[in-house]
Design a binder for this molecule. Structure first.
Ligand SMILES: [Zn+2]
Length: 255
C-alpha cells in the first residue's frame, strides 16, 4: 500500500489502548482524516509533539479502511503559548471543534485550513487587537465557504435596504423591522455595531481584521449569533463553545 504524505493540523485526539492515540487531522491534500498513532503516549516517543491537539505538521501514513496508520510525523508548529492561557485555549479548541463538526471525512478545504492556521497563529502569539474579532471572522468565513453565506446587505424577505432590525437564524440573514415578525425560529436583535462587524467579517481579509477592535459586548453577541447559525446550518452544535462560555461566566454553570 502506498504511503500518503500531507501537511495537516491535529484537531482531535483520543487515547486508545495503553499507549496509542486516534487522531483526527484536517489535512491539506486529503481533507479530514482519522489516523492511529502507535506508541505516542510514551514519553520517549519521537512523535510525542507532532501527535498532540493543535500540532501542525507533515504526516506520512498508510491509508486504511477505517483509519490510517501514522508512519512518520514532523512538527511544523505547535502553537505552544495557547496552553498557557485557558481562555485562548478554549477559544482555539472551539475552532477545531467547528471544523470537526462541519467537515465530513475526506472533505477538504485548503482555504479554510490556511485561514485556521492564521487565526491560531494570531491567537497564540497575542497578535490580534481583539481575539473575539478573529473568532467571529473565522466563524463567518467558514460558514460562507460551506455554502451558507448569510444575507447581510438587504432584508432577506422584502429586499429593501432599510435599517436591518434582526438576524434570523432560519431566515439565513437580516430582516428589516417590517418583516421581522414573519421570521420563524430564533432571531437576534442587531445593534449597528454588530451589523458593522458582520459586514467587516465578510469583506475584510483576516490580516486586516487582526488589527481591528470592537466592543466586547458587540463582539460577544456576534460570536453567539454565529455559533447558533453555524450549528443550525451544519446540523450540530459545538460543546466546545458551551465550555468556553462557562469559563467566562463560571456562575452560569452552577445555576
Ligand atoms: Zn423587510
Amino acid at each position: 500500500m502506498a504511503l500518503i504524505k500531507t501537511k495537516g493540523l491535529v484537531i482531535k485526539e483520543q487515547a486508545y489502548k495503553e499507549q496509542d492515540k486516534i487522531l483526527t487531522i484536517f489535512t491539506e491534500n486529503e481533507g479530514k482524516i482519522q489516523c492511529m498513532a502507535r506508541g505516542v503516549r510514551r514519553q520517549k516517543s519521537g512523535l510525542l509533539a507532532s501527535t498532540q491537539i493543535f500540532a501542525y505538521g507533515e504526516f506520512v501514513y498508510y491509508p486504511g479502511k477505517n483509519f490510517g496508520i501514522i508512519n512518520q510525523a514532523s512538527l511544523i508548529e505547535a502553537f505552544y503559548p495557547l496552553r498557557n492561557d485557558l481562555t485562548k485555549m478554549a477559544l482555539a479548541a472551539y475552532l477545531l471543534d467547528l471544523i470537526n463538526n462541519a467537515f465530513d471525512f475526506y472533505q477538504k478545504s485548503p482555504e479554510i485550513l490556511k485561514l485556521l492556521l492564521h487565526v491560531l497563529f494570531y491567537l497564540s502569539g497575542g497578535k490580534a487587537k481583539n481575539d473575539l474579532v478573529l473568532v467571529g471572522a473565522f466563524q463567518l468565513k467558514l460558514v460562507s465557504v460551506l455554502g451558507y453565506r448569510p444575507g447581510i446587505t438587504q432584508c432577506m424577505i422584502c429586499e429593501s435596504d432599510q435599517k436591518p432590525a434582526v438576524f434570523s437564524i432560519e431566515g439565513y440573514g437580516i430582516l428589516c423591522k417590517n418583516c421581522k415578525h414573519q421570521a420563524t425560529g430564533y432571531s437576534y436583535k442587531l445593534s449597528p455595531g454588530m451589523l458593522e462587524l458582520l459586514r467587516d467579517f465578510l469583506r475584510k481579509p483576516i490580516k486586516e481584521l487582526k488589527e481591528q477592535d470592537a466592543s466586547t459586548e458587540d463582539a460577544t453577541k456576534v460570536n453567539d449569533l454565529l455559533d447558533h447559525y453555524i450549528g443550525y446550518c451544519v446540523g450540530k452544535s459545538s460543546k466546545a463553545y458551551t465550555f468556553y462560555k462557562s469559563l467566562l461566566n463560571p456562575l452560569s454553570k452552577i445555576k
